[in-house]
Structures are given as C-alpha cells and as structure tokens.
Design a binder for this molecule. Sequence first.
Ligand SMILES: Nc1ncnc2c1ncn2[C@@H]1O[C@H](COP(=O)(O)OP(=O)(O)OP(=O)(O)O)[C@@H](O)[C@H]1O
Ligand SMILES: [Mg+2]
Length: 243
Amino acid sequence: MTEKLRIRNLSVKYDKLLVVKNLDISIKDGEFISLVGSSGCGKSTIINATAGFIKPIKGNIFLDNIQINQPTQKIGIIFQNFELFPWKTVFENIAFGLRLHSTGEKEIKKRVMDYIKSMELNGFENYYPRQLSEGMKERVGLARTIINNPEVVLMDEPFGALDYLTKLKMQNFLTQLLGNKKITVLLVTHDIDEAIKLSNKIVVLSKRPARILDIIPIDKEKISTEDKIKIRERILHLLQNDG
Ligand SMILES: Nc1ncnc2c1ncn2[C@@H]1O[C@H](COP(=O)(O)OP(=O)(O)OP(=O)(O)O)[C@@H](O)[C@H]1O
Ligand SMILES: [Mg+2]
C-alpha cells in the first residue's frame, strides 16, 4: 500500500505551550487510524494542523507525497459539534459541497437523496438542524462530508456526544458509508472500544506534549474477543502509567 497522508516531525505551540512534539504518523492509502490519548494531550490540535487550520512551529503534512500548506478539498473533516449550517435544511446542508462545484441540479438531487436514504433521513430533507436529534445531525454531518468524495477524512470525536446505542448505530453508518470507497481516515476518539472496532491501527498518545507511546495494529478480520480485551488493557495501561 502506498502512503497517503504523512505527518512529519510535527510540533505545535500555542504561545509558550508546547502541545505537540516531533510527531510522526504515516497513514497508508485506505487505512483507518485512530488516535487515543488523555484529554488535553493535543489530539484536536493534531487534527487542526493536519487540516491546515493551524500553522505548526515545525514539521510538515504531506498528501500523496506533496506538501500541503492550506486546507484542501481532498481532506474532509467531521467535528463533534457537526458544524452544520443552521439556516440550511438537511438537503441543503448535504448539497453544500456539490453546489460549490456547480454540479447540475438533477445530479445534486439524485446524489443528495441517495445519501438521505442511506443515512435513514427520509422525510427530513426539509428540516433544519435545530429540528433534528443529535444522532440525525451527526448523520447529516457525515453525509455532507463524504458526498464530496474526499480522499482523506479527519474526524475529531464525531460520536463523543451520543448515547451508547446511537453511537453503535453511527459506527455502522460510518462503516457503511466508507464501504468500498477506499477513503483514508484519521479518527480521534476517547472510546477505546470504538478505536478497536473501526481501525487498522491505533496510535496511543502521551500526555501533552503529544508523543507516540505505541502503535497497535488491528487485524479486523482475525481479531478475537480475547485479543480485543488484551488490546484494551494494553492501551489503558499505557495511558494510566504515562508520566
Ligand atoms: N486555540 C488555542 N489556543 C491556546 N491553547 C490551546 C488552543 N487550543 C488548544 N489549546 C491547548 O492545547 C492543549 C491541547 O488541546 P487539544 O484541544 O488539542 O487537546 P485534546 O487532546 O483534543 O483534548 P480533548 O480530548 O479534551 O478534546 C490544551 O492544553 C489546550 O488548552
Ligand atoms: Mg479535542
């Protein structure tokens, strides 16, 4: 597999506070990597620097071996608070990116309605975000990002605010959406089970400034319940004994 996204020697500071230190992460094409680490260790900062929203003091981000210095359409982002447009309907929120590319109206309608169906949002096309449940908003957020066919998706605790059952459902929606699209994913999550369920690799981060404590590969095809428990314990041990 070729390398899709590379975070190279990244260091980020806010004023005097060093938040990320010499971080190196390589993500292969189509790989799903999760970042876990304690609150405040710098996970969101890593996502924001990778997306090009904040400038690092050191290091670079490469997409397909080309250095990127600003946000690009090839990288889609999904935040915990959805960031939906409150003044736009479900339909228009999902259609937003397609309209930027002046896709024809018929094509937009077809593609948006396909996503509305697969996200089980039928009948809610004309609702506004404030009229939706949290899980529905998150589904609109997922659809709005994935419909633009990004090559890489960065997710910052997308399901953090959801109740347990809704979260499980959303994980399945995500798996279904990514399906055979070969999208490369970098997911930040607090939920170790979520990381184990969704990823090919889990990167365990230290307390601030975030460094890599361990990288744990997951064989999603072969993993047994026992393996899952062992991995879970290993990650907890790393996080609890750090620093
Ligand atoms: N815009 C900012 N300006 C100054 N300091 C910031 C800014 N954003 C984050 N920080 C600081 O950087 C550190 C890391 O924050 P970050 O949001 O990256 O952590 P996190 O790992 O995502 O935490 P959580 O799991 O709670 O979301 C924190 O100490 C925070 O106070
Ligand atoms: Mg965060």
